[in-house]
Design a protein around this ligand. Sequence first.
Ligand code: HEM
Length: 400
Amino acid sequence: RRLLGTAGAAGAAGLVAGGAGGALGYAAAGTGGPALTSVGTGAVPFHGTHQAGITTPLQACGHLIAFDLATGAGRKEAAALLRRWSAAAEAMTQGRPPAGDNQVALDAGPASLTVTFGFGRSFFARTGLTDRIPAAFQPLPAFSSDALDPRRSDGDLWAQIGADDALVAFHALRVLQKEAAGTARVRWQMNGFNRTPGATARPMTARNLMGQVDGTNNPKPADPDFAAKVFVPDQGGDEAWLNGGSYAVVRRIRMLLDDWERLPLDRQEAVIGRRKSDGAPLSGGTETTPVDLGRFNPDGSLAIPGDAHVRVAAPASNGGAAMLRRPFSYHDGYDADGTPDAGLLFVCWQADPGNGFVKVQRKLDRGDGLSRFIRHESSALFAVPGGCGKGEYVGQRLLE
Ligand code: HEM
């Protein structure tokens, strides 16, 4: 697999004609052109200890979708749905059409498609499984800056779809929705995007819609404590079903781009604590130089201001609390007054929300320089089970 935060092999070489498409079943035979580019041929394994879509590099297109179980649907129906969803996701991520395919993605390879499933707290009451709710799975507290729309928050079931091709991503979204018919109805759905692999001359950390390099100081899969920060530790008893799993916090965070873009560059950089051009910390060095929170400027001021986002959010300021941020940008058009409805579909992954998002957001809520320029508009927390093996479905250890 490619490493998180890099744009993949296509980055340096541009689009490479690939012959491997035939093996994936979606080759465009006899068209005269290259069968598939390297973007199309990327296939992320569906089976494994963890679900795909957590440490998978950011894909260019994303869909988030939450469902509520239909009246009368309980544990048995939910189990059957997760079985259907897992089979369809396995097929599509490996480049095979799912059962009853509508052929929307027929000519494309899997394009690094991932489909990741999670359960909201309300799911457990609906399925008679409240005794299996893990102790760490507490509702998110209210924050003073919340401006949440309950209709676009929470949900019994959640799926995150990512792919490097928009048709492949939409195809997966539509297939999940159709498989859910009669068992679960869509509660909310959001669309996002990131940079396309190959768009930059070399693999680089993504930028968000404020123009900042975003994702630099994420935990890295190679870090010795990565798994402890991101994945739920193995345990027995009622919580064993979540072994190898994680918790996803989802927040639709609107960016107040008109206000932000009026701010001069040096003040924008002070808000984050990093340079906008290359993401280097204001304490010096390059993008990957560790942030020095104790450094002072010659005039005696802090190099990283007291309310800079990277200072307030840093594990050092939050008793070691950490999370893996894996967002998509979104743009849903303009309000009637011309204000962009754009920002971040903030998705972060952690072993324990209480020692990840909740701790950090509490601190940000009290004194983050960035908060004047953003607005949290929806919120959800999902327990995301570990991956499944061949012949199994996601969530089987909870639902069987
Ligand atoms: C770091 C942007 C919301 C947690 C950063 C960085 C940027 C950024 C540009 C510096 C580069 C990096 O290390 O990735 C944003 C924007 C947000 C937002 C635009 C909203 C639209 C949040 C939220 C949280 C959060 C809601 C968690 C509650 C963090 C953490 C870091 C970080 C933990 C790394 C700090 C460090 O250790 O250096 N963010 N962020 N951010 N952000 Fe955010």
